[in-house]
Each structure stands twice: as structure tokens, then as C-alpha cells.
Design a protein around this ligand. Structure first.
Ligand code: C5P
Length: 233
């Protein structure tokens, strides 16, 4: 069954803890990204874990293999469940991340590869030297490459999941942001899908931020999304 991850896109540990408590039992998984981690560091990871929640640490590592290996090891020591790397970091870097995660056994962090940032279009790819391929072709190629090198899964748009889930090995994790319940404000997301569509297409984890955090009643908003997900799985 697919899991809901709420993106804790807030600025302070106090706000993060307040939101997690407010949402309560329905949600067991939270994403801590660059904004919150840069402000509050490992303490905020510990605070969310102390509330009994799983943590997706979304820092998108891209560095030499040794540095990424050591950063993943630090994440494993913090007890996080999911971490992100950029697949353009290359074969040795992805393998180093996966090997460091494996040191923690089954309970250790799972490594998710970012393929092509959804903010990039064809022109942006050409600017960085990737020509002759559409973003979709580049995503598919990077996804195969990253999972062959040991990444446990991918962060991808819900619009990409359907095409990828059929061609990658069974058990690959598909973590999709850009999810909006029917009728919710889209905000700056451009290519959105409903929770039901994302699950139907093969997403294993749905990342949702504003539709939950900015709701009048975040707990009810999360429950509504979970109901939509569970109606499919
Ligand atoms: O508020 P919203 O539901 O749009 O939040 C989605 C979360 O997923 C944010 O933390 C955002 O940074 C992240 N994300 C995304 N699109 C990607 C990758 C990550 O929206 N392609």
C-alpha cells in the first residue's frame, strides 16, 4: 500500500513539531528538506523521530563518492528512512551511497535518485550539455542507470511513474511530489496528479506539502488524501 509523506516545508523546529502533533496519527512519515534542515540541522530530525515518525531527508546529495558515502552514513546514524541523491553524480557516487546505506541493514535508509529536476525543460538540458533527448527520455535513461547502480528508488513526477514502473525492477520505490487532491490549489506545481491517479500509476510514496500544511484542518486534509489513496490500493 502506498504511503503518504507530508513535506515539512516550515522554517523552525517548533513549527515542525507543532504541525506533526496537529496532524497526529494519520500520518507517519515526514519529509525534511533543505529549508528546514539548513535552519535547524539534525535536531529537527531527532524531534520528528521522537514523535514516532519516519523521516525522508531530502538534501539531494551530489558530490564526490567519498563525501556522499559519509553523508549517507551520517543520515543512517540519524535513523532516517529515505534520502535523496542526484543521479548525475555518476555510477561511483550512487554505488557509494547505496553501500553506505546497506551498512545499516534492512532498517537503514533507502536511497532515492533524482533524475531530471522537474524545473528543467529541454532548453535547460541543452544548456548543461544534454542534447538530442527530451526530458522524458533523459528521465527514463537516468532512472535505469541509477537503479542499476543500487538506488532503491526514484523521485519522479506522478506523470512519469506510469512509464517507469513498467520498465524498472519490481520493488523499486517511486516517490512522487506534485500531488494535489481534486479541487486543491495547485500553487507553483505545473504537472500535478490526484492521489488516486498517482497510486494507480504505481507510486509507492506520495509527497504532499501545502494541501496538508496550509489546510484549515491539516489532520482532516491528510485523512482525505489517505482515503483517496486507499480507495485505489
Ligand atoms: O507543497 P507541495 O505539495 O507542492 O510540496 C511538495 C514538496 O515536494 C516540496 O517540498 C517540494 O520541494 C518537493 N518537490 C517538488 N517537486 C519535485 C521535487 C520535490 O515539489 N520535482
Amino acid at each position: 500500500m502506498a504511503e503518504l509523506i507530508v513535506a515539512l516545508d516550515v522554517q523552525t523546529r517548533e513549527e515542525a513539531v507543532e504541525k506533526v502533533k496537529l496532524i497526529g496519527d494519520p500520518v507517519g512519515f515526514y519529509k525534511i528538506g533543505l529549508e528546514l534542515f539548513t535552519a535547524e540541522g539534525p535536531d529537527v530530525v531527532k524531534a520528528v523521530r521522537d514523535l514516532g515518525k519516519k523521516v525522508f531527508l531530502d538534501l539531494k546529495f551530489h558530490d564526490i563518492p567519498r563525501t556522499v558515502e559519509r553523508a549517507v552514513r551520517s543520515g543512517g546514524k540519524l535513523g532516517v528512512d529515505l534520502m535523496t541523491i542526484h543521479s548525475v553524480g555518476g555510477r561511483a557516487m550512487i554505488r557509494a551511497a547505496a553501500d553506505a546505506a546497506a551498512e545499516f541493514g534492512e532498517a537503514g535508509p533507502k536511497i532515492l535518485a533524482v533524475t531530471v529536476l522537474t524545473s528543467l525543460d529541454q532548453g535547460d538540458l541543452e544548456d548543461v550539455g544534454i542534447s538530442g533527448r527530451t526530458p522524458a527520455e533523459q528521465v527514463a535513461s537516468m532512472a535505469r542507470f541509477a537503479t542499476e547502480c543500487g538506488a532503491h528508488g526514484l523521485v519522479c513526477s506522478p506523470k512519469e511513474v506510469g512509464a517507469l514502473s513498467g520498465v524498472l525492477k519490481a520493488g523499486t520505490l517511486f516517490v512522487t511530489p506534485g500531488v494535489r487532491p481534486a479541487g486543491a490549489a495547485v500553487g507553483d506545481q505545473k504537472r500535478v496528479a490526484t492521489p488516486a491517479d498517482a497510486v494507480r500509476d504505481g507510486a509507492t510514496h506520495l509527497v504532499v506539502g501545502r494541501p496538508v500544511l496550509a489546510a484549515e484542518n491539516p489532520c482532516d486534509a491528510a485523512r482525505a488524501i489517505l482515503a483517496e489513496m486507499n480507495a485505489v490500493s
